[in-house]
Write a protein that binds this ligand. Structure first.
Ligand SMILES: [Zn+2]
Length: 197
């Protein structure tokens, strides 16, 4: 006998002694909740790239890789959970792991937002650097435009600055530029703007 899909209580008969749901009813309730939670996760997954356009972290590409991984694992978990619920297989552990994933994109988005929003424009530092290369990629939801400039951080040979279409077209390889960077209120440096030297 598996635990109740709804309340997690141990079940000895088809009807749960704790919440009174039959296994069929509990499956229905669980799968409906799974859809709702997945929707919350998906909306959060849009919030993160949105905020990252307003206050783009210098390590945006690294963060997007991490975020893509998170997205993939969470959706895989949702699919497995749904399948296991249909087959009336034990869900307790996976259910808890999945619950942990739901707020993550919201937390990441909030973190990035506060990092930029609470920063002081007086903190902008302008790093003299040179455009080495330009990078353009059309993705599923949006277009990535990066200016690759010589790095100034320790151990960072190159910085991939997430620029808008105007700045992308305005600069060429070899241009001497100033990259404006803010330190971030919680220590995540983010890209402010790029200017001609
Ligand atoms: Zn129950």
């Amino acid at each position: 006998m598996t635990r109740c899909f709804d309340c997690g209580a141990e079940r000895i008969s088809d009807q749960c002694p704790a919440c009174g749901l039959t296994s069929a009813a509990a499956e229905l309730v669980f799968r409906r909740r799974l859809v709702n939670r997945t929707a919350v996760f998906l909306v959060g997954s849009l919030a993160f790239p949105y905020v990252s356009q307003i206050y783009p972290p210098l390590d945006l590409d690294l963060m997007l890789v991490f975020f893509g991984l998170l997205f993939f694992v969470a959706l895989t978990l949702a699919i497995i959970l749904d399948r296991r619920a249909r087959n009336r297989q034990e869900l307790e552990v996976l259910k808890r792991i999945y619950s942990g994933f739901i707020p993550l994109p919201w937390m990441l988005a909030a973190l990035l937002f506060l990092n930029g929003r609470l920063d002081n424009p007086k903190n902008i530092v302008y790093h003299p650097t040179t455009v080495e290369n330009r990078f353009y990629q059309r993705g599923l939801l949006r277009v990535s435009r990066r200016l690759l400039v010589d790095g100034w951080r320790a151990g960072q040979k190159i910085e991939r600055l997430p620029v808008d279409a105007d700045d992308f077209d305005r600069f060429q390889d070899g241009d001497a530029v100033l990259a404006g960077v803010e330190p971030g209120a919680i220590g995540i440096p983010w890209y402010y703007g790029i200017y001609r030297r």
